[in-house]
Design a protein around this ligand. Structure first.
Ligand code: IPD
Ligand code: CA
Ligand code: CA
Length: 257
């Protein structure tokens, strides 16, 4: 199944790279939430490949309703994570694919087709980047940490928009970034390129693969209180484990979704 997930991510990435920088059809799902023919084309290619192998598995993907089979197996797919970057020609986006069995994520793949970096993990077997084993960073203090985050699509209408947390972490950490693709933020925590990441109001397809990849690289994922991360929930905190408590403390000072 991991091999199929990997192939599907490569195929999705191929579709994205064909469209990247070209003329895109851009539709609005909300004021700032976009969808393009690249999102839809990549999703169709990924689902076709997975459905071809596992016709009776469930599929939860961002752009389409693929029906329900009431299977123990559920593929959770973001065909293009980082759509806003993509539409501007800013080369920072990914395909994210996870497999849940009986409600537990057991494999995850995140593919950055521009950099040709494939992050993968299988439950209990470690996390890898292009076959090299991943380990989270060893940074032990928040003041020396590089963090990432993102802002929700309803940020202009809702007061719970993460601006307060961003200010608090900008003061507490070495620096904070807003790269624009949640799955890659998580993959980068796993790779030790970021020490921590937090975001609110994400969707399961933003978090599912990344959650497992961080855990398998020795990191920690949770909600803003340090409790278990629910990929169907509203809060996501990931870190190398060492700065987790300090991040939870900072998150208590701001608005919660
Ligand atoms: C978005 C990106 C972004 C995050 C948003 C997500 P999309 O996904 O991951 O970094 O801040 O919350 O919705 O819409 O590009 O698939
Ligand atoms: Ca996404
Ligand atoms: Ca998406």
């Amino acid at each position: 199944m991991l091999e199929i997930a990997r192939q599907a991510a490569l195929e999705g990435g191929r579709v994205l790279m064909q469209k990247f920088g070209g003329n895109l059809r851009v539709d609005h799902k909300g004021a700032t939430d976009l969808v393009t023919d690249a999102d839809r084309g990549a999703e169709e290619a990924i689902v076709a490949l997975i459905r071809g192998k596992f016709p009776r598995h469930d599929i939860l993907a961002e752009e389409g309703d693929w029906g329900r089979c009431e299977s123990r197996y559920r593929w959770i797919i973001d065909p293009l994570d980082g759509t806003t970057n993509f539409t501007h020609g800013f080369p920072w986006f990914a395909v994210s694919i996870a497999l849940e069995v009986d409600g537990e994520v057991v494999l995850g793949v995140i593919f950055n087709p521009f950099y040709r970096e494939m992050f993968v993990a299988r439950k209990g077997e470690g996390a890898f980047l292009n076959d090299i084993q991943l380990r989270v960073s060893k940074t032990a203090s928040l003041t020396e940490s590089l963090l990432a985050t993102g802002f929700p699509y309803d940020r202009k209408e809702s007061r719970v928009n993460n601006y307060d947390h961003f200010v608090h972490f900008q003061q507490a950490a070495q620096a904070c970034r807003r790269p624009g693709a949640a799955s890659l933020d998580l993959a980068y925590v796993a790779a030790g390129r970021l020490d921590g990441y937090w975001e609110m109001k994400l969707k399961p397809w933003d978090m599912a693969a990344g959650k497992l990849i961080v855990e398998e690289a020795g990191g920690k994922v949770s909600d803003f209180d340090g409790g278990p991360l629910d990929i169907y929930g509203r809060e996501c905190l990931a870190s190398n484990g060492l700065i987790h408590g300090a991040m939870v403390e900072v998150l208590q000072k701001g608005e919660r979704p």
